[in-house]
Every structure is written in C-alpha cells, then in structure tokens.
Design a protein around this ligand. Structure first.
Ligand SMILES: Cc1cc2nc3c(=O)[nH]c(=O)nc-3n(C[C@H](O)[C@H](O)[C@H](O)COP(=O)(O)OP(=O)(O)OC[C@H]3O[C@@H](n4cnc5c(N)ncnc54)[C@H](O)[C@@H]3O)c2cc1C
Length: 451
C-alpha cells in the first residue's frame, strides 16, 4: 500500500528538481509504503526514522530470534534523509580523527573506534552476500591525499606513532610519496598521502533491501508519518507518541532520527546539530577520454578542507564536501535542516572539478549531472550517541553520525537492537565505549563542529 501525505511545516519537504539526489532518481516500490492503512495504536518497539540507522535496527531486531511487534515511522519517503543523499563512501577512519580521540580519551578507547569502523567492511560484505543485496557494494583502496605539506607532515607523524604502537591494522596503511600521488592517484599538485582498505555502495538500494527483509519478518512500515511529540511520561508502561496521523503507544522507542533528534528529544539540542552539506554526481561527456579512477578519495586542501569522492562502475564520480568554501557563512549550513535547496556558495564549485583536480580528465568534457544537499547530524564531540536515552527508560538512540555514518551505523544499530530486545547493557553490546550516550555528553565540553 502506498500513501502520500499532506505537507508539514515541522520538517523541510523532500528535495525536488535540481536537488534530487542521484541515488533516488528511480524510487523503489517501498518509497511511500504503508504496511497497514491505519497507524497501529500500540507496538512493542517503535523505530522513528527510515534511514540507515532505522532500517538497520529493524533488520537486526528480526535477526535476534524473537518476533516483537515493530513499527517504523518515517516522516517523508523511505530513506529520504542523509542516507539517501550521501556520498556512498564506506571509509573507516584509521588515523585522522583517531588522534583527537587518543588525546582526549586515551589510545585504547580511540583504537576501539577504529576497529569497530574497520569491522563494517567485512560485516557489510557478509551482509550483502548472505542476503543477496544488490547495492553495487565494491571494495577498494581509499586514497587520502594531501595538498598541503604541513598537514601531510603532521598526519604522517601520527601515522608513524600508531605504527610504533604495534597496531596490526596499521599494516594496511601505505604511505604514498609526492610522485606516487601524482602518478598513481592522478591528483595534480598533491604532496603525498596514504592508502588503506575501504568500500563504496548505493545506500538507497541497501536500505530498501534491508527494509524488504524486515517487512518479510513482520515489520510495519509507515512512511509519511511524522512524529510530533513523545509524551513525557509512560502510561501503563507505554510511551505515548503523537504523529500527524494519530497516536501510537510503544513499550520501547528507538530514535533513529539523526539530524532531527532534538525536535523529539530536546536534551540533545546541544549534542546533535543539523548541518547541511552538498554532494554531486559527475560524468564525462559521451565518447570523450578520461582517466578511470578505481579507488575512493579524500582530498585535503588544508586543515578542515576536505573533499570525499567515489568512482562508480560506469565511470561516473560521486563527489562532495568543500564545506571550507562556506564554513564562515553559518546560516547556510549550521543548524540548517533544509535539504530541499542547494548551497549557493558552493553550487558551482564542482563544475570543472575533475578537469582541475585530476590528470587525464582535461579533455573529458565532464559535467555535473546531479547536485543535491543533505542534512547530517553533527555531534559536538564527533562521536555518535548510542544507547539508552538518559532518564528515559525504554527509549534508545542511535544518532549523531556526522558525515561519517557508513562505517558506523550498521553495527551501532545492532547494539541498540540488542539493548531494546534483550535488556543487555551498553557494555554487553561490545560497542565502542565512547559511543555511549550519557548525561555528561548532552552538555558537551567540546564543539568540534566549528573545528
Ligand atoms: C551530503 C552528504 C554526504 C554524506 N556522505 C557520506 C559518505 O560518503 N560516507 C559516510 O560514511 N557518511 C556520509 N554522510 C553521512 C551519512 O549519510 C549519515 O551519517 C547516515 O546516513 C546517517 O543515517 P541515519 O539513519 O542516522 O540518518 P538519516 O538517513 O537522516 O535518517 C533519519 C530519518 O529519520 C527521519 N525522521 C527524523 N525525524 C523524524 C520524525 N519526527 N518523525 C518521523 N521520521 C523522522 C528523517 O526523515 C530521516 O529519513 C553524508 C551525509 C550527507 C548529508
């Protein structure tokens, strides 16, 4: 059953026209799905949010052996938030933000995060194979390229420090000289870099297939159903949840609302901020020559100036970032949840980007075919919030995944599903300790968003 709803002024409407993401150009049959015509009045577990976190949680809930009543509410179309608008880059961070975490929390805690992110590569590969998911999942090397010598030197110092610690995963990190990054990575004016294992995929396809599996186990999906409020107290053990289509009472709630979390859980208003970003799809002109770029890229133009990029099998490029071009203009991105419009300051940045950046693209005639925006849930301390919401027993959260959810969300959702289902503690889930949501983290001492 499909349904379209009335518009709402609580959230921005889905992108239309030029801001439609490439990934969503052909909507899946479940895009506007409602499993039942009416909203159920009661459920065991209510998931709010139909992106990577919500879909993964739904998938895991049914893999854990029991069959609870699970309802998933999505305000707009399925996978129409950040997940349907991202770069498709599944790229664990082995050393970049690790230095920050190591400095703040110690190396052991920082390394837990690295190992967790790396495990997503294998986990998603296994998932795709086991469930026969067609999402163009591809393993690749990720090339971390530095245009600035000082930044490269600083990063190399930390990479060398990690090597000295005898950390096995550092064997995967290969240093690339200036000559190598220009000849093998084909990046003009690059000073050097590193490479390590990563992957990429079609996020919308992954999510719609995870939901298909969950539906086959009994999930009730309700798209175009916006949660307006979660009641402040439980009645008969159930949390009353008000939506634009009536009330549903839930024993457990899982907030998979990412950037939009604070609307339902105001205690997260300092901890998770909606921040807008832009992404594009670029294609060479038909018949024109261009250098194939089989690897994925992060290109760093200076501290905080970052471009991410993957190559699709058809040779087209998904590339985004360039936040440094508009970072000072807070209103266009910070606390901005409008993914229906572009970002004027960077709208033209990717025109000619491939020709400017890569050897072998000079005569490609490459043009931007699609550009779109999406809203990320930036967390003040760069870490996601996962676990039981403080002082709200039976409410859980998996949100605040920054611009970096692909190697983090799937197993975070598994942990939350276990907590909601089996009443295991956060510690028993085996998730990185730094991810645990807590009262202390709701009043953040860091503000990495401007850093
Ligand atoms: C432009 C862009 C590029 C990115 N590139 C990458 C990348 O290459 N690699 C990477 O790792 N990460 C990337 N990210 C980040 C990544 O997409 C996110 O971290 C990840 O998708 C988060 O998944 P999620 O399910 O938590 O959030 P979302 O996909 O945003 O899902 C949350 C859902 O909750 C729904 N919702 C919210 N409030 C309510 C409510 N009140 N009622 C009902 N429904 C509600 C929303 O409509 C939304 O669909 C990028 C993000 C953007 C925006």
């Amino acid at each position: 059953m499909t349904a379209k709803t009335e518009s709402s002024n609580f959230y921005p409407q889905p992108a239309t026209g030029s801001s439609r993401p490439f990934w969503r150009t052909t909507p899946h049959a479940l895009d506007n799905h409602r499993t039942t015509e009416n909203l159920p009045s009661e459920t065991d577990i209510l998931i709010i949010g139909g992106g990577y976190a919500g879909a993964s949680t739904a998938y895991h809930l049914f893999q854990e052996g029991s069959a609870p009543r699970v309802v998933l509410l999505e305000a707009r179309e399925l996978c129409s938030g950040a997940t349907g608008r991202n770069g498709g880059h599944l790229r664990p961070d082995l050393y970049a933000i690790t230095s920050k975490y190591a400095e703040r929390y110690g190396l052991e805690a920082a390394v837990e995060v690295v190992r967790f992110e790396m495990s997503h590569l294998k986990e998603i590969a296994n998932l795709v194979e086991k469930e026969n998911i067609d999402c163009e999942f591809t393993l690749a090397r990720s090339l971390d390229i530095y245009m600035d010598e000082d930044e490269l030197a600083k990063r190399k110092e930390f990479v060398d420090y990690l090597r000295v610690q005898g950390l096995d995963f550092m064997d995967d990190v290969k240093y690339m000289s200036e000559q190598e990054v220009q000849e093998k990575a084909h990046v003009r004016n690059a000073k050097g870099g590193f490479s390590f294992s990563a992957g990429h995929l079609w996020p919308y396809k992954l999510i719609t297939q995870l939901i298909t599996i969950a539906l086959s186990h009994g999930l009730n999906l309700q798209t175009h159903t916006q949660v307006l409020e979660i009641g402040s107290t439980r009645k008969n053990g159930l949390w009353p949840v008000t939506t634009n289509r009536g009330t549903i009472n839930a024993q457990k709630i899982i907030l998979a609302t990412n950037a939009f979390t604070k609307a339902l859980a105001p205690e997260y208003s300092q901890a998770i901020i909606p921040c807008k970003g832009l992404c594009t799809q670029i294609e060479a002109a038909p018949g024109k020559p261009f250098q194939r770029l089989p690897e994925t890229y992060a290109i760093r133009h200076g501290p905080g100036a970052f471009i991410y990029q993957i190559s699709r099998k058809d040779g087209s490029i998904i590339v985004g970032g360039a936040q440094y071009r508009y970072k000072d203009d807070l209103g266009v991105w910070y606390d901005n949840s409008d993914d229906g419009s572009l970002i004027p300051q960077v709208e033209g940045y990717f025109d000619g980007y491939m020709q400017r950046t890569f050897f072998g693209w000079e005569d490609s005639g490459a043009v931007v075919k699609h550009k779109w925006t999406g809203v990320m849930g930036y967390s003040a301390d760069s870490l996601p919030h996962v676990g039981e919401v403080p002082e709200k027993p039976g409410q859980f959260i998996a949100a605040g995944f920054n611009g970096h959810g692909m190697p983090v969300v799937f197993l975070s959702a598994k942990g939350v599903a276990k907590m909601a289902l089996k009443r295991v503690s956060f510690k028993e889930t085996g998730l990185p300790r730094l991810f645990e949501t807590s009262i202390e983290r709701l009043d953040p001492i860091y503000n990495d968003i401007f850093g």
